[in-house]
Design a protein around this ligand. Structure first.
Ligand SMILES: CC(C)(COP(=O)(O)OP(=O)(O)OC[C@H]1O[C@@H](n2cnc3c(N)ncnc32)[C@H](O)[C@@H]1OP(=O)(O)O)[C@@H](O)C(=O)NCCC(=O)NCCS
Length: 145
């Protein structure tokens, strides 16, 4: 069974591969390492025998609020309940770090992710016009924890 642990630098290649695969997005390695160094507890990985199955990359907005920048379950591991277990673990860890609220954005076309977050108690709080580089709008979602 996969385990949840903090990001390690050796995960970088796999994470960059899966971010490109899932989101068609390429970020420089420093994007990941700087986020990790600013708030290590906010960058967690779902791993099994060296294989990354998922990742949550979050930063701190204030002492009370954190924002999920990227969450992904790799394609061949989706729909098996891993996302739910993983996000619950992230919420537990954030609670232990005295975070009170988690915010995130999701593409308005990504109904699967909207249902996923709603199933874990996130609510849509507004629409962010042309939030993404390709001009798609986003829903902002949040959950008090
Ligand atoms: C969205 C994502 C994180 C969900 O993780 P997952 O491991 O596939 O989801 P789970 O198997 O844990 O499912 C949990 C819940 O999500 C919802 N869900 C999952 N797959 C779904 C689908 N195809 N359609 C609608 N709802 C779905 C359901 O509410 C489900 O609960 P249920 O099984 O009790 O019905 C994952 O599919 C993913 O990484 N997708 C691509 C990247 C992405 O969209 N990330 C979020 C961007 S903001």
């Amino acid at each position: 069974m996969p385990v949840v642990r903090e990001f390690q630098y050796s995960d970088l290649d796999q994470i960059m591969y899966h971010v490109a695969d899932l989101f068609d997005q390429v970020n420089p390695p420093e994007f990941y390492t700087l986020i990790y160094e600013h708030w290590p507890e906010g960058f967690i990985v779902l791993e099994d025998e060296g294989k990354v199955h998922g990742f949550i990359i979050a930063n701190l907005l204030s002492a009370d609020d954190a924002r999920i920048l990227i969450m992904g379950i790799v394609k061949d591991s989706q729909g098996k309940g891993y996302g739910k277990i993983f996000l619950k673990e992230f919420l537990d860890r954030a609670r232990r770090a005295n975070i009170k609220k988690i915010l995130l954005e999701v593409r308005i076309s990504n109904t699967k992710a909207q249902e996923f977050y709603a199933s874990l108690g996130f609510s849509a709080t507004g629409i962010l016009k042309e939030f993404y580089q390709d001009s798609e709008d986003a829903y902002s979602m949040e959950k008090k924890i």
